[in-house]
Design a protein around this ligand. Structure first.
Ligand code: HDE
Length: 706
């Protein structure tokens, strides 16, 4: 009798050959360049579609080791997600210093101008679980691993330069309060709920951070358009042993940009992977995102001049007081080969420091130095997580006597697995190196052992106010709306009032706007303050996004709504102008197959109109034929395309034939100088130039819904 694999009929799908089994199932067979499928033991597999059975209708046999192994492996695919920062996206790249910085640090990666050090960066949200949407209002993680010649150095930072709390012992409470409420398991990936605001209202030290998270910083347009910060004060040590304090900054070359809240809500529905897709698309297209690394450098005397403590992670040193020295650039130029192997398994740690860089006594940093190693063991399941390629040093050799444990990939070779030992030469293994080795700064420490918070940490409102008053009017408006939105989701009126009582210590006008927005019954008394708010701290324009926006429209996307009969010249002109600026054009068509343009050419669609709403683009163009406008004016999704673009203050270009759509959408009579009629292809460059401002904010006062 023929065996099960003989005489199977062969079929071709394109270039690929398949065989059909007895039950109609499809088999792909090795041969030529196509490798043979094997088990984990390397044993060749003959049939991957059918379990081994006693008779054609079963039962299945226990001896089917290939099936057993395949299912076993699948059943164990998941590892615990990160307890915070579960949702992330990583990319590879390099860092390159502009000049040698040997006068301030002996860290090897900063010694030689232009020398590249490979990096891996993971961006993340904080509160949401792994499958949560990208545009949640949340802090973004910005963690960078440098694979230096003296070992791996991590800056495990965020896109906001301060934090909620001053002491690590509070972290579990903060995170519990922010994540889903434990009895009901929701809400997911949002702080707009009672527990979070209850905790905030009982945590005055969080007030500066509350201002930051209620600003547009927590709804970035792209991970490419945000700043990053190391937050804590660290130390640099130079070859002579001199210490300099340092705060780390990442400045996006692309400029900063955020979305508006209503847009964020809609993006989450239209494309929950919006940020990861954007980063993937940009890198795949060769538009590599870049950041400059900046240092704020200072000494003890400078630190002593402030009323606040430079060890307090709820404080910034304004850039206008201490400028950020830009020392090099980081370029992200490669997506991961495998998301799990790299992005999911990467393990950052604040204590991964290289010689020339050291900690300070910031009590938040000290707690983090414990937490990261601990969490990696839980998440990755073995102390040998440093053997995973993304975590292993790439430019430094690992030589020590640590051994064994789950999944050990490389143990010390030879007889000696301890030191000191008296075995000579290679057999004796590695030895200490007092010259090159990591040395801690010999800081004097003394004092009583007590659970205490320093008085220098007590000013909770002055910098909250400074952040608020440094924003433009538009941004201040967004903050008031964000607070009103979040607190409107809080069901307990007393919590709403308690938050407003803190706002009164920050800015009376802001407190009034929020109280009015909530229809608070009565204005509460200001919250008791450990220290009165300094009302006269100078504004810091560096804190505003709108004052630090992009200089060009490079790296942005224009969504073009088209119909059959679209003016081929206009569309061509717009594409050319966008390309010249380094921006992308995406075609949104009634059907994904595309449209026929006025010159008879076929224009392929990138999105179907209901899958490509205007929230996905930085600016839009509506280029329709008269017939197309008439048809689309009946389509709710086409009307949403223009009303949303208008409401979100985007720049809009349109062909005159498109007007019926704007009329039907009810915005024709409101169209302003942010809307530009494209009469000729030559005018497209002017439209793209207009888009450099990213949004037409003067419109906002008119369109603001609440
Ligand atoms: Fe983290 N944090 N954190 N954190 N954190 C983690 O480590 C922790 C804090 C930050 O993309 C965890 O590997 C404590 C500040 C980023 O893989 C955990 C405290 C800042 C990431 C942890 C803080 C951060 C984490 C969870 C208070 C900004 C994601 C998974 C003392 C400077 C890294 C993991 C990645 C991840 C602990 C506060 C940034 C549990 C105890 C402040 C970017 O170890």
């Amino acid at each position: 009798m023929a065996n099960d694999f003989e005489n199977r009929p062969t079929e071709r799908f394109g270039d690929v050959e398949f065989q059909r089994g007895q039950g109609g199932e499809v088999h792909q067979v090795a041969g030529g360049d196509v490798p043979t499928l094997t088990t984990q033991q390397g044993i060749p597999v003959a049939d991957d579609q059918n379990t081994l059975k006693a008779g054609p209708r079963g039962p299945s046999l226990l001896e089917d080791q290939h099936f057993r192994e395949k299912i076993f492996k699948f059943d164990h695919e998941r590892i615990p997600e990160r307890v915070v920062h579960a949702r992330g996206f990583g990319a590879h790249g390099y860092f390159e210093p502009y000049e040698s910085l040997s006068d301030i640090t002996s860290a090897d990666l900063f010694q030689r101008a232009g020398e590249q050090t490979p990096v891996f960066v993971r961006f993340s949200t904080v509160a949401g679980n792994k499958g949560s949407p990208d545009l949640a209002r949340d802090v973004r993680g910005f963690a960078v691993k440098f694979y230096t010649k003296e070992g791996n150095w991590d800056i495990v930072g965020n896109n906001i330069p301060i934090f909620f709390i001053q002491d690590a012992i509070k972290f579990p409470d903060l995170i519990h309060a922010a994540k889903q409420e434990p009895d009901r398991g929701f809400p997911q990936a949002q702080t707009a709920h009672d527990n979070f605001w209850d905790y905030m209202s009982l945590t005055p030290e969080a007030m500066a951070m509350v201002m930051w998270i209620m600003s547009d910083r927590t709804i970035p347009r792209s991970l490419r358009f945000m700043e990053g910060f190391g937050i804590h004060t660290f130390r640099f040590i130079n070859a002579a042993g001199k210490s300099t304090f340092v705060k780390f900054h990442w400045k996006p070359k692309q400029g900063m940009q955020s979305v508006v809240w209503n847009e964020a809500l809609k993006i989450n529905g239209a494309d929950p992977d919006f940020h990861r897709r954007d980063m993937w698309d940009a890198i795949q297209a060769g538009d590599y995102p870049e950041w400059e690394l900046g240092f704020q450098l200072f000494d003890e005397d400078f630190a002593d001049k402030f009323d606040f403590d430079i060890l307090d992670a709820t404080k910034i040193i304004p850039e206008e007081i201490l400028p950020v020295k830009r020392v090099g650039k980081m370029v992200l130029n490669r997506c991961v080969d495998n998301f799990f192997a790299e992005t999911e398994q990467v393990a950052f740690h604040t204590a991964n420091l290289v010689p020339g860089i050291d900690h300070t006594n910031d009590p938040l940093l000290q707690g983090r130095n414990f937490s990261y190693l601990d969490t990696q063991l839980k998440r990755l399941g073995s102390p040998n997580f440093t053997h995973i390629p993304v975590n292993a040093p790439r430019n430094a050799k690992v030589c020590n006597f640590q051994q064994d444990g789950h999944m050990a990939m490389h143990n010390p070779k030879g007889r000696a697995n301890y030191e000191p030992n008296s075995w000579g030469g290679e057999m004796g293994g590695p030895r200490e190196n007092p010259e090159r080795g990591f040395k801690s700064h010999p800081e004097e420490v003394s004092g009583q052992k007590r659970r205490i918070r320093a008085e220098s940490f007590a000013d909770h409102y002055s910098q909250a106010r400074q952040f608020y008053v440094s924003q433009t009017e538009v941004e201040q408006g967004h903050m008031a709306l964000a607070l009103t939105f979040e607190l409107s989701k809080v069901e307990t009126p007393a919590i709403r009032a308690r938050v407003v009582s803190h706002l009164l210590n920050i800015d009376e006008d802001l407190a009034k706007k929020v109280a009015t927005g909530l229809r608070l019954e009565a204005m509460p008394e200001p919250a008791p303050a450990a220290m009165p708010t300094k009302m006269d701290l100078a504004k810091s324009p560096a804190l505003s996004i709108l004052l630090n926006g992009p200089e060009s429209f490079k790296g942005r996307k224009i969504g073009v709504l088209v119909s059959d009969g679209v003016d081929a010249d206009l569309l061509g002109g717009l594409k050319k102008a966008a390309e010249a600026e380094g921006a992308m054009v995406k075609i949104v068509a009634p059907m994904i197959g595309g449209v026929t343009a006025s010159d008879g050419s076929m224009v392929k669609g990138d999105e179907k109109v209901d899958g490509g709403p205007s929230v996905l683009f930085d600016a839009v163009a509506v280029l329709l034929s008269a017939e197309g406008a008439k048809t689309l004016a009946k389509e709710p999704t086409a009307k949403d395309f223009v009303t949303d673009a208008f409401a979100h203050c985007k720049f809009i270009a349109y062909s005159s034939e498109a007007m019926p759509l704007f009329e039907k959408a009810g915005i024709a009579s409101d169209m302003d100088e942010g809307c530009m009629k494209l009469g000729a292809a030559s005018e497209a460059a002017r439209f793209v130039e207009m888009c450099r401002k990213v949004r037409h904010w003067p419109r906002e006062a008119m369109v603001k819904a609440v």
